[in-house]
Design a binder for this molecule. Sequence first.
Ligand SMILES: [Zn+2]
Length: 75
Amino acid sequence: MIAHTNEIQMQRAAMAGKIVAKKIAVQVQCPMCTHSVPAEAAYGGRRATVLRGQKCTRCKSSLDASSVLFERAAA
Ligand SMILES: [Zn+2]
């Protein structure tokens, strides 16, 4: 049973190692002007989250509240 527990811990550690957020280029929908604009997002695991402190290229409003429309390509 001890060996079995260690095996589970190893698997968990390996999984945790994979979930290293990487920066990717995405299209997001601006919450103010509703246009889709390019932005950077952190991709870790299953979904991408928009990096904080970015501004819309059209209306210069904050993109913090925007949601990722789709991923463009790995940066
Ligand atoms: Zn905008």
